[in-house]
Design a binder for this molecule. Structure first.
Ligand code: ADP
Length: 692
């Protein structure tokens, strides 16, 4: 009738119909079922649904976070591109503004180039006709024929003497060369050389005379290195005068230097600059600082610009006729590029200025701006890319360098793409890990709670079974006793033998009734913790033998054989005789009930180490392994149909377990379905309450 612990859908339907018909049992089941459904609903609403929502939003969150991460890197890259562009714009704007400001205020743009731009190396100025006005070209200066000098015999002799440090002889041969020379250039050089030799030979007066002769007669002649003899002689005279009269000497040298620096700057004419430098060095210790600073600054400008002009002018000329570039409105700039220079040009009303920026220096500035436009530890780097540089990967952001460098660009790349990917992957895994862990915890929680609820439901069900079982168990002995007593009262048992049988039944059923009531009352007392025991040292074997003897008669009437094995001289065991007899009653009546078909029961008492064991065996239906622990739980009755056929309350073994625990011992079971069961009581030898 109640063999369905687990309700399948079909059974469920049958139950519902039965309940409708008024079946109480089915109603109770449905009541429990409603409880289960309510629990499931509450559980779904408060745990499963929030869990799923949590997981869903967690995953969505991770995705969003990743998108945001990628967007953030892109934003940083684009920011770096913008920074770079601002930097480059201000670099060129600064250059243009500085140039225009100078032009507008009438200042020179041909000196102090570094103040205009760090990379500016040379400025060319052309007039309206396109003629180069600054620096000047060497044009039609006569080149010196040094061949003539080199093979001139006295000149050779003089050089030889000079090498031997015979300066007097050298002066003599240079004098001879001067007299024999035909061309005035050669004559001038020979006189100058003679003056030097005389100077070195210590003939100061002669030297001064000869320098003066060079200065007056051959000042414009240039030597093989491009030096003007006049400049060289004047410098020598200044040097000699400095030794004699420092004030006058310094004034003379300074005047010479000033004149040199004021002269037009002619491409290829480095000699004047060298002479000026020598002059400045000569009086550096005496001249005033302001003059020195200005003179040196101008000299540097001049030397550097002439150097760069010489280098870059041929490149500029490849751009067009004499460096003419796009004509732009005054105040505007146009740019072109050659191999080593970036050219900027602008026009005033009458002149064109072409400003030559050193390409390498400009690139260095751009690279520096690129570097500054990203943070040093950031996720991106910025790289300036020329038209020939290979593209390493698609950039996160790109900025063009037009109009200055039409085919150039700035690319912003991940600093370490693999690392970036790895970091993003790790973050995602961490997120997913947390979500999975949460889901797993929810699942485990769900399973555990479901088990708990199932267990509670089973207990509730067992409890309701218990009430029904107890009433049932009470009714049959009472009915028996009443029937037999009434039969006796009405004289329905005529002979002594049948009366005897009636009395037997009345006694047996009364005993059964009192066992049941004892069990129920004891169980109630145990449950409330009110059960009291009186432990005394005594002969456990004797207590067992008495119980077996008492049971024997009842067993024999059922056709069952009971055997007792009892060893001699058992040690004394502390026990409560009443409690032990209840334990044995319960185990023997179970053995009789579930082992009736086999027809035998064995009771073995034995000493084993520190324990006395009492084993009650039967050859009956046995117990399934998975139930061997549950049968000791309160109200639990086996779900095996064979066992269910027998009447019972499910508290007998619970009482056994509690009583054994009170004795400081335990009860164990060994059983296999179909081949009987052995329940063993373990009594410790030490008095209960004393721990080992
Ligand atoms: P009950 O009143 O049902 O016998 P118990 O607590 O005494 O309650 O036993 C619990 C369950 O253990 C029984 O329902 C039965 O299924 C099983 N059981 C107990 N003793 C035996 C036995 N000797 N052989 C087989 N099954 C047993």
């Amino acid at each position: 009738m109640d063999d369905e612990k687990n309700l399948g859908p079909l059974r469920l339907l049958r139950r519902v119909l039965a309940a409708r018909r008024g079946d109480v049992r089915a109603k109770v089941d449905l009541y429990h079922l409603r409880g289960v459904l309510t629990f499931v609903a509450i559980f779904a609403a408060t745990i499963v649904l929030p869990g799923l929502l949590l997981a869903y939003y967690g995953v969505a969150g991770i995705r969003a976070q990743q998108r945001a991460g990628a967007a953030e890197v892109e934003r940083v890259a684009s920011g770096a591109g913008d920074n770079f562009q601002v930097g480059v714009d201000s670099l060129f704007k600064g250059f243009e503004d500085n140039t225009l400001n100078r032009l507008k205020s009438g200042q020179s743009v041909t000196s102090g180039l570094r103040e205009i731009s760090e990379s500016l190396r040379v400025v060319f100025r052309y007039d309206a006709e396109g003629a180069l006005r600054f620096p000047r070209s060497p044009d039609s200066e006569d080149a010196l024929d040094d061949q003539e000098l080199f093979f001139f015999a006295p000149w050779q002799a003089a050089l030889r003497s000079e090498r031997l440090h015979e300066f007097g002889r050298a002066a003599f041969f240079f004098g001879q060369a001067a007299r024999e020379a035909r061309a005035p250039d050669v004559k001038g050089q020979a006189i100058y050389a003679r003056a030097n030799a005389a100077h070195r030979a210590g003939e100061i007066f002669l030297a001064e005379q000869l320098y003066t002769e060079v200065l007056t007669g051959y000042a414009a002649v240039r030597d093989a290195y491009g030096f003007r003899l006049g400049d060289l002689a004047r410098l020598k005279l200044g040097e000699l005068r400095l030794g004699r009269d420092p004030v006058a000497g310094e004034a003379a040298v300074r005047e010479h230097v000033d004149e040199l620096l004021a002269e037009p700057w002619i491409i290829g004419r480095g000699g004047e600059a060298a002479v000026a430098r020598r002059g400045i060095d000569l009086i550096a210790g005496r001249a005033n600082a302001e003059w020195l600073g200005r003179a040196r600054g101008r000299l540097e400008d001049r030397a550097s610009q002439l150097f760069w002009a010489e280098r870059l002018l041929p490149e500029l000329e490849t751009l067009g006729a004499k460096g003419r570039m796009l004509r732009v409105a005054p105040g505007e700039f146009s740019y072109s590029r050659t191999e080593h220079a970036l050219w900027a040009t602008t026009w005033t009303d009458e002149d064109q200025y072409v400003l030559g920026l050193d390409l390498e220096a400009v690139m260095a500035q751009l690279r520096e701006i690129a570097q500054r436009s990203t943070s040093p530890q950031g996720d991106v780097i910025a790289v300036v890319r020329g038209p020939d540089d290979p593209e390493r990967e698609p950039p996160l952001a790109r900025r063009s360098l037009a109009p200055w460098f039409p085919n150039w660009s700035l690319g912003v790349y991940p600093r370490d793409a693999a690392d970036l990917l790895r970091r993003q992957g790790e973050e995602r895994q961490r997120g997913i890990g947390i979500i999975l862990l949460s889901v797993a915890m929810i699942t485990v929680g769900t399973v555990l709670s479901a088990r708990l609820v199932q267990r509670e439901l089973e207990v509730a069900r067992d409890k309701s079974d218990f009430a029904a079982n107890v009433s049932h168990e009470l009714r049959s002995p009472i009915t028996q006793i009443r029937l037999k007593a009434e039969a006796l009262q009405l004289g329905l048992a005529p002979d002594a033998a049948s009366r005897e049988r009636h009395y037997d039944v009345i006694v047996r059923e009364a005993e059964r009734l009192s066992r049941l009531v004892d069990n129920v009352l004891d169980f109630a007392a145990i449950e409330r913790g009110r059960k009291k025991y009186t432990f005394r040292p005594g002969d456990l074997g004797l207590s067992v033998a008495r119980m077996v003897e008492a049971a024997m008669v009842a067993m024999e009437t059922r056709g069952m054989d009971i055997q007792l094995t009892l060893p001699e001289d058992l040690p004394v065991v502390w026990h409560d005789t009443d409690a032990v007899s209840q334990v044995l009653t319960n185990l023997l009546s179970n053995a009789a009930k579930y082992g009736q078909e086999s027809g035998w029961i064995k009771v073995d008492v034995a000493l084993s180490g520190e324990e006395v064991l009492v084993a009650i065996s039967d050859g009956g239906i046995g117990i399934a392994p998975e139930e061997q622990r549950q049968i000791f739980e309160q109200y639990y009755r086996s779900s095996d149909p064979l066992a269910r056929r027998k009447k019972g309350t499910g508290i007998g073994l619970t009482i056994v377990k509690y009583i054994m625990e009170a004795h400081g011992g335990r009860v164990s079971v060994r059983s296999a379905p179909g081949s009987g069961s052995t329940f063993t009581l373990h009594f410790p030898l030490r008095p209960p309450g004393l721990n080992a």
